[in-house]
Write a protein that binds this ligand. Structure first.
Ligand SMILES: Cc1cc2nc3c(=O)[nH]c(=O)nc-3n(C[C@H](O)[C@H](O)[C@H](O)COP(=O)(O)O)c2cc1C
Length: 365
């Protein structure tokens, strides 16, 4: 039975060599971001901890001087496709940029991942921020910031529109009559917008578990608008300052109302980093929390109950040890306090987040 008490959501930000730049140098730490056994075990650890989400970030550029996990990284949608076969419950989030993809490709990839994972796929919508990435795609630089978000808004609308080109139950394989498809349940999109022109329909049918979920982490005003309008999960960076976190949380929930959505349609997850060993070098702009499991649980509890966050994305300094310690020591402490699930109550990411199935209707874009 679903718990009556509000419970927090937890996710992990996967970087195989650890979120700490030098995490891989720690004794026993994994030294690769593209070792299949390491990442598969990491996703299984997330599932053992009953986490909502295993999250894979991305960029489209290789800078030899960068964080070790940015130098060599698996392509995220391919990776979560493989992970969907070795996990059963944990949500799988993959990043794809709206600056270097086409909506049809993205709709198709995540439509497929939603099927493969049994309703656990989520797309982290990013607009990219490095001009160097543009030079891998025949361009000198990115579009300017706000224009990237105008493009992203239309991009997401088209992707959702393509997912809606199929109604539920369109494939009706009737061996006796020979009818395979109920054509009345598949529709063109006929989208002609400022940036995209997409005929449709999509060439993958609607998943019984509804649409993949949308993750967004834009911090700027247009980024927050995109979140409020389209996202199911929002990552928000905090530095530990409660008034500013509360203002950001409330403002985003309010913005959702403007778009005809309920504030609870969106889950806001703060980024945190559990690093018991070195609190200075690892933060990468994120909030560093350290200490005993009860102390860490205290901080999560305080922020969660004050409605400064609906959950937390943890960024372990290194894998697997620091992540296993979180799952084995902090998660049970949160469970004892009835702040976090002891078991999954469903099998889809929507179930974990308490979101209703996406409506079986088409949206106009
Ligand atoms: C937790 C988190 C994960 C992010 N992951 C990515 C990523 O994988 N790739 C990327 O290009 N940007 C990523 N971003 C950057 C955001 O999409 C966004 O560009 C950034 O927060 C700045 O906001 P703005 O784009 O509204 O200016 C991430 C941000 C956060 C907070």
């Amino acid at each position: 039975m679903a718990p009556l008490k509000r419970q927090m959501h937890l996710g992990v930000f996967w970087l195989g060599t650890g979120n700490h730049t030098a995490g891989w140098r720690y004794e026993g730490a994994a030294t690769s971001n593209n070792s299949w056994p390491v990442v598969a075990a990491g996703a299984q650890t997330a599932e053992r901890g009953k986490l909502d989400l295993f999250f894979v970030s991305d960029s489209l550029v290789m800078d030899p001087g960068d964080h070790p996990s940015f130098v060599s990284r698996f392509e995220p949608t391919t990776l979560i496709g493989a992970l969907s076969a070795v996990t059963r419950h944990v949500g799988l989030g993959a990043t794809v940029s709206t600056s270097f993809s086409e909506p049809f490709n993205v709709a198709r990839a995540f439509g497929t991942l939603q099927h493969l994972s049994g309703g656990r796929a989520a797309w982290n919508v990013v607009t990219s921020s490095h001009n160097a990435a543009a030079r891998n795609f025949g361009r000198e630089r990115l579009d300017e910031h706000d224009l990237r978000y105008e493009i992203a808004n239309e991009f997401v609308d088209v992707v959702k529109g393509l997912w809606d080109t199929w109604d539920e139950g369109a494939i009706v394989p009737d061996k006796a009559t020979g009818t395979f498809l109920d054509k009345s349940k598949v529709h063109p999109l006929d989208h002609k917008g400022r940036f995209y022109s997409v005929k449709g329909p999509l060439n993958i049918d609607r998943c019984a578990h509804g649409h993949p979920l949308i993750i967004q982490a834009g911090g700027s005003p247009p980024g927050q608008e995109l979140s409020a309008r389209t996202a199911d999960i929002v990552f928000s960076v905090v530095n530990g300052d409660k008034p500013s976190a509360k203002a950001a949380y409330d403002s985003l929930k309010q913005r959702t109302i403007k778009y005809g959505r309920a504030p609870d349609d969106i889950a806001i997850e703060k980024m945190s980093l559990r690093d018991l060993y070195n609190v200075t070098a690892a933060a990468r702009g994120h909030w560093v929390i350290y200490g005993t499991p009860p102390r860490i649980a205290d901080i999560f509890e305080e922020w969660f109950t004050a409605e400064l966050a609906d959950g937390f994305i943890i960024m372990p300094a290194y894998f697997p040890g620091a992540f296993e310690a979180f799952v084995e020591l902090v998660v049970p402490e949160l469970q004892r306090r009835d702040l976090f699930r002891k078991n999954y109550s469903g099998s889809t990411l929507r179930d974990h987040l308490g979101l209703p199935p996406s409506p079986s209707k088409r949206i106009a874009v």
